[in-house]
Design a protein around this ligand. Structure first.
Ligand code: PEP
Ligand code: MN
Length: 264
């Protein structure tokens, strides 16, 4: 189903009227994690002020350490929706557990993110294949392109064809940055599948200063959009502080991308 052969012209995924995969680049920005109502309110203002049309924020966090902040859970979804609605920003948030899917539907999450660590959680993929919500499918930490395509096929096989691939860097021998952004994956996926492809430069580089270069490279290589971490006050972020842009840096990034893409 996800193969390019089934839609040679490419397909567009619609998120509350916004197209991902069309001529317009979509930049989804927001904090790694939902922390407080105030943090989300300020973040939503900054996302809208920068000209981004969708917002990210994690309420359920897949943390390496069980002792690290795990996300606010349902309270986080509440804060997120309250903040995003004021600017009519569609919300993008990660689902880690099948048991929370009904809650995600109740809270009217606009885009369900399947994180890198769950790319091959096949039961989770089957469940989100049964709902009528766009899915961002992140690439697994060490997943090959064909494993990633097959993971998408699990979702599509259930009837949900609204899938967006998200390259977020892969694990290699290099330790100077968090992951290696696989730019090559963009043209390869574009050839293999009709579905949109976005890039997360934040989890790829792991440092805020790397984000503009990686973001520009992604758009220049043909990505349909970006997933970028931005925090009102990065130094105070509860999660992924090093890689979060501040509101001014996000605004500047949007200006720079406009020069490349012409249509942000
Ligand atoms: C995230 O986007 O917050 C996240 C946890 O990303 P990844 O699954 O790519 O590590
Ligand atoms: Mn993060």
């Amino acid at each position: 189903i996800v193969s390019r052969d089934s839609h040679p012209a490419g397909s567009v995924v619609k998120v509350r009227g916004l197209a991902i995969g069309g001529p317009q680049i979509q930049v989804i920005a927001g904090p790694c994690s939902v922390e407080t109502q105030e943090q989300m309110d300020v973040a939503a203002d900054a996302v809208a002020a920068a000209g981004c049309r969708m917002m990210r924020g994690g309420a359920f966090k897949p943390r390496t350490s069980p002792y690290a902040f795990q996300g606010l859970g349902v309270t986080g979804l509440e804060y997120f929706q309250a903040a995003a609605r004021r600017h009519k920003l569609p919300v993008v948030t990660e689902l880690m557990d099948i048991r929370m899917l009904d809650t995600f539907m109740e809270y009217d999450v606009d885009v369900i993110q399947i994180g890198a660590r769950n790319m091959q959680n096949f039961d989770l993929l089957k469940e989100v294949g049964r709902v009528n919500k766009p899915i961002i499918l992140k690439r697994g930490l060490s997943a090959t392109i064909s494993e990633w395509l097959m993971a998408a096929e699990y979702i599509a096989a259930g009837g949900n064809h609204n899938i967006i691939f998200c390259e977020r860097g892969i694990r290699t021998f290099e330790t100077a940055y968090r992951n290696v952004l696989d730019i090559t994956a963009i043209p390869v996926l574009k050839r293999e599948t009709h579905l949109p492809v976005i890039v997360d430069p934040s989890h790829a580089g792991g440092k805020a200063w790397m984000v503009p270069a990686l973001a520009q490279a992604a758009i220049a290589a043909g990505a349909d959009g970006l997933l970028v971490e931005m925090h009102p006050n990065p130094c105070d972020a509860w999660c992924d502080a090093d890689q979060a842009l501040n509101p001014d840096e996000l605004k500047q990034l949007m200006v720079t991308l406009g020069a490349i893409a012409g249509a942000v």
